[in-house]
Design a protein around this ligand. Sequence first.
Ligand code: NAD
Length: 514
Amino acid sequence: MATTKQTTRTKTVLPAVKSGQKKTVKSTTAKNVRLTNTTWAYAAAPESADHISIKEQYDLFINGKFVKPSSKKYFATVSPSTEKKISEVAEANEKDIDLAVKSAKAAYDTTWGKMPGKERAKYIYRIARLMQERAREFAVIESMDGGKPIRESRDIDIPLACNHFFYYAGWADKLEYAFPNRHPKPLGVAGQIIPWNFPLLMAAWKIAPALATGNTVVLKPAETTPLTALKLAEIIQESGLPDGVVNIVTGFGNVGAAIVNHPLVNKVAFTGSTPVGKYIQKAIAGTNKKATLELGGKAAHIIFDDAPIDQAVEGIVNGIFFNQGHVCCAGSRLFVQENIAELVIKKLKRRMETLLVGDPLDKNTDIGAINSKEQLAKIKHYLNLGQKEGAEMYQSNCALPSKGYFCKPTIFLHTSQSHRIVQEEIFGPVLAIQTFRTIEEVIEKANNIPYGLSAGVWTDKGSKIFNLTSKLRAGVVWANTYNKFDPTSPFGGYKESGFGREGGIHGLMGYVTL
Ligand code: NAD
């Protein structure tokens, strides 16, 4: 692969960039990458947290009320950017799960399962409106609890979460049009388990279609990001939704397992890692529980020589570095056509130097905190592994805050298909780069992986786009853009990225019998 060589540069100290933080450009950078060294010395612009109310302790939301866990245990939820405790949340056990599932079942049998669609729609719509009214509060809590930049939680996560509720409110009384000549019926109780990378959005992806189709819910947020789901519980209470229709329980993997294994759960909707997805599939084998599994990914991002290169570089950055690479569909494998590789890598390195890593609540921040200490350790493991495998690592010269869990945007050059950093999901701001010459070669390489969640292609030619979209084994393929979402579009994987679709009409399918 044509790449630039590493040379030594003199140390330069830049003016303070944010909150008194000094930006130090140190030792190595690429030849031919001329840095301006005036890297965006923005003044700090942190989002105010004055309007946020976070309780010191949260209980379980069961049957319309916040109740103490029968374990009497609570665990801390910590801000990954400050390492400080934000609050503590209840640790549920099997007894609590039994109570939550039975409440959901009673609500299904007595109210929600029998309610006409147009009445259900009013509640779902009301939840969407209440969420929208408190969008700023949700955005700040999401960034505090999860570490993602406020720009992302404010402009993407929260509006999309509200829009999912609005969108599915619209379907609740039109199910016979979604499934013409069929008689869609709800399944009963949906057990829903979600990860930490899009906490409120994943809750919306799960709860909204389940309610629209007449099911009731027991939802478990991830242990490191429970707060926005608990805020949503407050809104659900405020909306007047009948007791027990939505129950929100917090805890660790054993709580998820107790939901999956509960005999009164009719449907399991899981988003998370492939190993846990496989465990769930085994656990429900032989039962008549329905399941949708949205699992890991390792997307191929493909740049052809006729692509608009500057836009493509921006697409690469958006695909892997924003949101710290904590995106299941992150464009973590880059394939660049060989004749433009040198230029693309040069531009990418230059763009990487402008990325600001730091306080998630600062509006100028591009890359926030890694979600947890454990996730940062996992990323570091892969950074070492990539170098041991013989790939060349390049990181931007940004300074990292002294507290919190942060990682510099990183690319690996000279990687090959057999490298573990190419085959395995890292879930961090780490990009493995390869080159290709022909379309056939890139299709072969892009598909040669256990995952099949998403892909991206940049080219001037519509014919190449159509050729690739039909041959790439990925649930979503973006063309000349990346990471774009809409409630009306289905999303889901092939192969070890899972099965079933969420979003759009397809998202209703997993919650009905026909
Ligand atoms: P994870 O699988 O560790 O945890 C996800 C959820 O499952 C958490 O709530 C966890 O407590 C729970 N859980 C853990 N063990 C369980 C068990 N044995 N039974 C039931 N539940 C259990 O995943 P994570 O680290 O939170 O999230 C990152 C993963 O999620 C990545 O692999 C990412 O690709 C994937 N993801 C996929 C999508 C998608 O739409 N395909 C979206 C977001 C994230």
